[in-house]
Design a protein around this ligand. Structure first.
Ligand code: ZN
Length: 201
C-alpha cells in the first residue's frame, strides 16, 4: 500500500471536485488535519471512512487503495493486489506487537537478573556499580525498542470521537498506560482519555 501515492490521489480527486480540505472534512465529520495527514501520505483512512470518502470524491475504494483510477480491464487484478496488501499489513502489525511484548519481557527479566546479581552476589563494589549501570542501559534500550515497535503497530482510538491516530513518540512515552490502553490526547477532539490500541485498522 503506497501511502504517498494514495495521499496524492486523494488530493487530486478532492481538487478535481473543487473541494477544500475543510469542506471534505466537514462532509465526513472529521478534522481537516486528518485530511491533510492522508494527503501527505501519513496514514490511511480508517475502514469506516473509506466508503464515505470515496463517495465524496466520486471514486471507488479500489481506486483509492491503488492510488489511481483503475481501468475496468485491470479492476479485478488491482482489487486482488489491494486485498493481499491489506492482509499483509495486518500481519506485520501483529508481528510488531508480539515483538514489542517479547522485547519488554526480555528487558524486565534481564534487568531483574542484573539487579539480583548486583545486590546478592559477593562482588567488588566497582563491579556492582558497573552491573547496575549496565542494567539501566538495558532497561532504557529495551523500553525504547519496545515502544518503537508498539507505536508502529496500529493505531490508538479516541474513546470520545472514535478518531484513530498515531501519537508522537514524546506523548507516547510519557503517557500512563495499561496493556491495551494508553492515556493520550486526541488530535481531533482535543479530549484526553484512555485510548484503545488497535492492531487492525
Ligand atoms: Zn477524540
Amino acid at each position: 500500500m503506497d501511502q504517498i501515492k494514495i495521499g496524492r490521489f486523494i488530493a487530486e480527486s478532492r481538487k478535481s471536485r473543487n473541494l477544500t480540505q475543510r469542506q471534505l472534512a466537514d462532509a465526513l465529520s472529521i478534522s481537516d488535519k486528518t485530511i491533510s495527514k492522508w494527503e501527505c501520505g501519513k496514514g490511511l483512512p480508517e475502514a469506516s471512512l473509506l466508503i464515505p470518502l470515496c463517495e465524496a470524491l466520486n471514486i471507488t475504494v479500489n481506486d483509492l487503495l491503488s492510488g489511481e483510477k483503475i481501468f475496468p480491464t485491470d479492476y479485478q487484478k488491482k482489487a486482488e493486489e489491494n486485498m493481499m496488501s491489506l492482509v499483509k499489513e495486518n500481519e506485520e502489525n501483529r508481528k510488531r506487537m508480539m515483538s514489542s511484548i517479547i522485547t519488554s519481557m526480555i528487558t524486565i527479566i534481564a534487568v531483574c537478573a542484573l539487579i539480583v546479581i548486583a545486590a546478592y552476589i559477593e562482588l567488588p563494589t566497582i563491579v556492582r556499580i558497573g552491573l547496575i549501570a549496565f542494567s539501566v542501559v538495558v532497561a532504557v534500550a529495551g523500553i525504547a525498542v519496545a515502544a518503537m515497535l508498539d507505536i508502529k503497530a496500529g493505531y490508538f482510538e479516541c474513546p470520545h470521537c472514535k478518531e484513530l491516530f498515531v501519537p508522537n513518540m514524546k506523548d507516547y512515552t510519557k503517557s500512563y498506560h495499561t496493556f491495551t490502553k494508553r492515556r493520550l490526547t486526541c488530535p481531533k477532539c482535543g479530549k484526553t482519555g484512555m485510548c484503545k490500541h488497535l492492531v487492525v485498522r
